[in-house]
Ligand binder design. Structure first.
Ligand SMILES: [Zn+2]
Ligand SMILES: [Zn+2]
Length: 568
């Protein structure tokens, strides 16, 4: 007989059909409870041992905490000793949240949200340009790299006070021109009171030179200011610098001066422009613009820095606004619009356009087909994604299938239009997020070319490879280290319990009982509990021999961590 220090000691268990059973289950060992069906294996393992473990745990909590928990009846047993905190891993699919996925159930998704928020490369959700903030160190390095002897003027734009806080949206042409000049249009209207106030303030701040198109104007001579065209961008000249990295000490001094200038420009203007001054007066002046704002490096639209909740489709902050994070909408079902993917456009692949009333849309498409670059005689399923996109979303004057439906929507007051529309309506993949559930800003954050939706669309096996072979910058590596470790570890456990074929975004509610149990097992392995009691319900059901061996191996590992395992 073992003592309570060495074993779980059970005396006189009579739960359900148990007939006054007494036994000892040794700690730190793997114990199998066997017997024919109906012999009371589960009554002993779950309804007695696990139930009592749970009950004692609940009893040990404060009265306040207890009121939120279900009260567990004391099992019918004379005595149980040596119980450890108990964890039951049952076959039953216990997921309560219908949106729960393999990734959320295993906490992998929580770590991925963190990973993407901290290390994701942010792209512009409008033009896919890189979104970044230029750090002072990066700017200094970039300027030093321009090479020995490069002469530069350091500038920041003059913005009237109210504009500084709320930049006016510039026109498309204005933006293009500004991008060319390397700077946004700084002042759009001639001298206003706000602008005067700003100039006075700058002068008071010790700035004494303005700059416009190669000319410098002194605050000290007001008549020179009269020559400034205030309908054009005007800049403050912060400093004039010659890149000098020759001797180590001179290099450091030079760098410090660049850093100073950048910091001043950032503080006063939110951006800094280094304009190269060529030896030849008439040569093109190259501009290098850097911004303190987190914005797109191509279209300069401001962006928001990602945070974990941006990647949650259960949160309005992250969910696709069109489908509220469900991934589908009641919309035009492409399978109804193009019922036979084997047909070409000429064969009438676009069903609504075969109706005499809407034949004009087909004729229009056919006329423009060559210039649109869409093949009229290729089966729909053989067309390139690009060509299909043009047919669906349109291009130039051709409005495409979606344009057609949008126009019909406006004519819904006509009965026949309503009838026609209803024939093509169904649950369709959300056209905004393409079923990825997250808003554009979240989908535009990528790590090694995959956004978080694409990463969770991978199977466990492929995700394991992906997250083990990431190419990261040293800084990303440092930030991501622990998070990645957690992700990889959980993927390794999922793989080890034989679930490498599941995709991470697989809905937990669609898993078989055995798969759900093995996910719980993998999660327990991930939490690295020590000194706990695990009660498992026929874990090898539905497993191949090879996987059963792996499972036994895992249970042994769990035991070797110092846990007690009871397998029914
Ligand atoms: Zn952009
Ligand atoms: Zn959506």
């Amino acid at each position: 007989m073992l003592s309570a220090n060495e074993a779980i000691v059970i005396r006189g268990a009579r739960t359900h059909n148990l007939k006054n059973i007494s036994c000892d289950i040794p700690h730190g060992k793997l114990t199998v409870v066997s017997g024919v069906s109906g012999s009371g294996k589960s009554s002993l393992a779950f309804d007695t041992i696990y139930a009592e473990g749970q009950r004692r745990y609940v009893e040990s909590l404060s009265a306040y905490a207890r009121q939120f928990l279900e009260r567990i009846e004391k099992p019918d047993v004379d005595e149980i000793d040596g119980l450890a905190p108990a964890i039951a891993i049952k076959q039953k699919n216990t997921t309560r949240n219908p949106r729960s996925t393999v990734a959320t159930a295993t906490e992998i998704y929580d770590y991925l949200r963190l990973l993407y928020a901290r290390c994701g490369v942010v792209h512009c959700s409008h033009c896919d340009g890189l979104v970044r903030r230029d750090s002072v160190d990066e700017i200094a390095a970039a300027i030093m790299a321009l090479g020995e002897g490069t002469r530069l003027q350091v500038l920041f734009p003059v913005r009237a006070l109210h504009q500084a806080e709320e930049p006016k949206p510039t026109t498309k042409r204005g933006r293009a021109a500004a991008a060319k000049a390397g700077a946004k249009a700084a002042v759009e209207s001639p001298m206003t009171d706000a602008l005067k106030a700003r100039l006075t303030e700058l002068r008071g701040g010790g700035f004494n030179r303005l700059y416009q198109q190669g000319r410098i104007f002194e605050f000290s001579s007001p008549e020179s200011l009269l020559e400034i065209d205030f309908t054009m961008p005007v800049f403050v000249l912060v400093d004039r610098i010659v890149v000098d990295g020759s001797a180590a000490s001179a290099g450091a001094e030079n760098r410090a001066r660049i850093v100073d200038a950048v910091e001043i420009a950032y503080r006063e203007g939110g951006e800094v422009i280094f304009e190269e001054v060529p030896r030849d007066e008439n040569a093109e002046r190259t501009k290098h613009r850097f911004s303190a704002a987190f914005e797109c490096s191509v279209c300069h639209r401001p962006a928001r820095e990602p945070e974990p909740r941006l990647f949650s489709f259960n949160n309005p902050f992250g969910a696709c606004p069109r489908c509220q994070g469900f991934g589908n909408t009641v919309d035009f079902d492409l399978n109804l619009v193009i019922p036979d993917k084997g047909l070409s456009l000429n064969d009438g692949a676009i069903d609504p356009w075969n109706r005499p009333k809407y034949r004009g849309w087909f004729t229009d498409m056919k006329k423009q087909a060559a210039s649109l670059g869409i093949p009229m005689d290729k089966a729909w399923r053989e067309m390139t994604d690009e060509a299909r996109e043009i047919v669906l979303r349109g291009k130039g004057n051709f409005e495409g299938v979606y344009g057609f439906f949008a126009q019909m929507e406006r004519k819904k007051y006509k009965l026949h239009v309503r009838v026609m529309l209803s024939k093509y309506r169904g649950y369709a993949e959300c056209p905004e997020c393409r079923g990825q559930r997250l808003r554009a800003e979240a989908r535009a954050v990528r790590i090694n070319a995959l956004n978080i939706c694409q990463a969770t669309a991978l199977t466990v096996g492929r995700a394991k490879d992906f997250f083990s072979n990431l190419t990261l910058t040293p800084m990303q590596e440092e930030i991501a280290g622990q998070i990645l470790h957690e992700v990889r570890q959980r993927l390794t456990f999922l793989d080890a319990v034989g679930l490498e074929y599941l995709t991470l975004d697989r809905l937990a509610s669609t898993l078989s009982g055995g798969e759900a149990q093995r996910i719980q097992l993998a999660t327990s392995l991930g939490s690295q509990l020590v000194g706990a009691l695990y009660v498992l319900d026929e874990p090898s059901i539905g497993l191949h021999t090879r996987d059963t061996e792996r499972l036994i191996h895992i249970l042994k590992d769990l035991r070797d961590l110092g846990n007690t395992i009871v397998v029914v």
